[in-house]
Design a protein around this ligand. Sequence first.
Ligand SMILES: Cc1ncc(C[n+]2csc(CCOP(=O)(O)OP(=O)(O)O)c2C)c(N)n1
Length: 256
Amino acid sequence: MSEMLAEKYLRQSTPFCAGCGHGIFMNAFLHAVEEVGLNFRDAVFVSGIGCGAWVPSPHFRADTLHVTHGRAIAFATGVKLTRPELDVIVISGDGDIATIGGNHLIHAARRNVPIKVFCLNNFVYGMTGGQVSATTPQGDITSTTRRGNPEPPFDLVELVRGAGAPYVARFPVAAPRKLIKGITNALRFDQFAFMDVLSLCPTQYGRANRERRGFDGPSLIWSMLEWQKELCVDRQKATSEDAKGKMLTGEWYEKS
Ligand SMILES: Cc1ncc(C[n+]2csc(CCOP(=O)(O)OP(=O)(O)O)c2C)c(N)n1
């Protein structure tokens, strides 16, 4: 991250592990904030519990609410109702937003609450030891699924679109320029906006799935970035054949 961005927007340095995708997201997010001209004095950031929740709090020089696990969207809805003039932005993990907090996610989408939600999806509960979450791919190893996750995951794009969200996007941290563009669009959108940010957790997910996913190159972090690039296909370029077993990336706007 540039010194200018860090000095302007951050109170302190971050505690993320080496190779954590959340730091790449934080950098991309601050670039988008500059691009949009979002004034932190007009914004409130809300996060639940987990490593992803640490992106805004205690780091951003802004008003931040660091609330109970799974309840970030519920608190954010309350803030938006009482102070509609503020930009209310939720940043938290897949465990927080889509697993324990999944109910709040679908109802905020259904109600089109005008908040922005960035879900830092590293496929596990990272902070507490890499347990299975609602986005862990079937067959993957986690600390609570040692023989492979027997359950299918949520596709967060499909889930949130199905719940009625007018803007849904997915971008991987391995494609930072596209990620910045997407965040810029989400921040400028004036209704409910949701982004499935494909993050990376080398410490938990990477180590546990080293053999299964072939993260055995000279560097675990590098292998994970390469794997993430291969996992993603641009929804506008992909045929249904290309999309098999991949994750579609891009933006989906539902016209009202
Ligand atoms: C009600 C409640 N249940 C469980 C916990 C323990 N807990 C803290 S963080 C966390 C996992 C967070 O995972 P995720 O949201 O995916 O974020 P990550 O750490 O992966 O970025 C859990 C289960 C808690 N703090 N509160």
